[in-house]
Design a protein. Sequence first.
Length: 531
Amino acid sequence: MTRKKTRIEIYDTTLRDGTQSQGVSLSVEDKLMVVEVLDGLGVDIIEGGYPLSSPKDAAFFDRMRARKLRNARLAAFGMTRRKSLSADQDEGMRTLLASGAPIVAIVGKSWDMHVREVLAVSEDENLAMISESVGLMVRNALECVYDAEHFFDGWRANPQFALRTLRAAVEAGACRLVLCDTNGGTMPEAIAAGVDAVRAALPDVSLGIHCHNDCDLAIANSLAAVLHGCTQVQGTINGMGERCGNADLTTVIPNLTIKYGFDCLRPGSLKKLTEASRYVYEIANLNFRDSQPFVGASAFAHKGGMHVHAVRKAAESYEHIDPGQVGNARRALVSELSGISNIAATAPAKFGIADDKAAQRKVLKALMDLEHEGYQFEAAEASFEMLIRKTMGGKWYSRFWQLDHYRCIILKQNGNESAIEATVKLLIDGKPAHQVAEGDGPVDSLKQALCLALRARYAHIDDLHLTDYKVRVVNTAAGTAAKVRVLIDWHDVRTAKQFGSVGVSTNIIDASWLAIADAFEYKLLMEMERV
C-alpha cells in the first residue's frame, strides 16, 4: 500500500514511566544525562516526571530551567485535581504550573469502574475534574496532553462514558488525547477498533497511544494504533516500565520508520538508536538484553556456518535490514556449530587468516575442543582472541608472566564480616613478583593481587574494571563436582572498550582466574600493538 509520509510524534516517558521498573532508581544527574541522549536522538517530547511525587523530581525540573534542548520539548506529568477542590487550589496543579515545562500531561479516569471504586466520585464530578484541570493548564498558556487512563478497558465497559471523558478534555482545550492501554491486556484488533471509534466520534482531534506490555503486545498495539490514525506514540527506551514494561521505542521507531515509511525523530538520528539504548541500560544499571530487536547484541548475530557463509555473499539473505541503519553491527559468532566461514568472518583482520583455510581449520579445532570442555566464546571476545593467538603462536603470542601459584584465604568468624585475602606469585622476565591483596571477595582479591604484581612493569593494567560476573554450571549431572563456566565483562576506562572473557573449571575460583588472566593478557597485547 502506498502511504503518504506522515509525521509520527515520539513521546518518551523513560524518566517517568520507565523509572517505575523494578530495581530502577535514577538520580537527578542520571535523569539529566538521559535527557541529553534523548534530545540528541531527536525525540519530540521528553516527559521528565511528576514534580509533586518526590523532591528528586522537583529538583530535576528546577535544573532543567537552565538547560536548552536542541530537538525535544519537556513535559511534566500530573493527575487531575483532587475531588472536592478547585483546580487552582490543588497542590498538584500548582506544582505543574510552576514546573517550567512548556507541556503538561494530565492523566484522568476513563473507566467508570475506576470512577466509582477508586476515586469514589460521581461520573459528573470526574468529568469536572478532567475539564477544570485541563482548562487551568490551557489558561496558563501551556500545551496540555490528556492521557485517558484505562481507556480501552473503559471503552469495553461503557463506551458512552469513556467518550464523554475525552470530550471533556477536548472542550477544555487539550491539544491531544492519548488513549492508554494501562493494564496492557488489550489485543491489537481491539486497539484498532477503539482508535477507529474515537476518530469517528472526534474526527478533528489529534490522538496518541500509550501501551503497556503485559501481554507482550505493547509494540504491536502501538503500531496498530498508528496505522489506524494515532499520530503520537508514547513509550520508553528499552521498554522499561511498571510490571512488564511499556512499548519499547527502540523497536517502535525503526518499525514505523523503516517498515512503514513514517517520519520519526530527526534526519540521521536513527543511527543513534543502538547507542541510546545501551546508554540508558548503563545509566539504569540494567543488563543488556541481547535478543532485543534492532539494537540488541544478537539482533544481527549469525552462528550457523551456513548463515555466515550466505551473509558474507548477500547480507539480505539472513538480515531484514542493514544493521547500520539503527547504529548496530553484524556479528559472526563462534561455537561448535561454526564452520570455517565463522572463523574467517570473526577473526580480526590483523591475523591474516581470511583466506587461509588451514589456519581457519586449526583455530576451529581448538575452539571445538575447548567448547567440549564447557567453554563458550560468543560473549568472550578477549578469550576468543587469546585462543587464536595461542593457536597460531609465533609473533602472535607472548607470555607476560608465568604463574608460580595463587592462593585465596577466607576467614569467617561467627557474627563478623568475612575477610578475604589473595596471594599471587608470578615470574616476570624470570624474576619473582609476589603480592598479597584484600578485596570484596576472592575474585576481586585475585584481580587486585594480579594488578599489584604487574603494575610496576605494565603502566595501564589498572584500566580494567570488572562490570559483570556470571557463573553457569556446565554439567549439572555431576552435582557439586560439576564444572562451572565463569564469564566476566570488562570495561577498559582508557579506551572505553568493553569485552568479555571466560574460564571453565570444576573450581569456581580457578575458572575466575582463567577469565581474569585472559582479560589481562588481552589488555597488555592491545597496549603493545597500540604503541
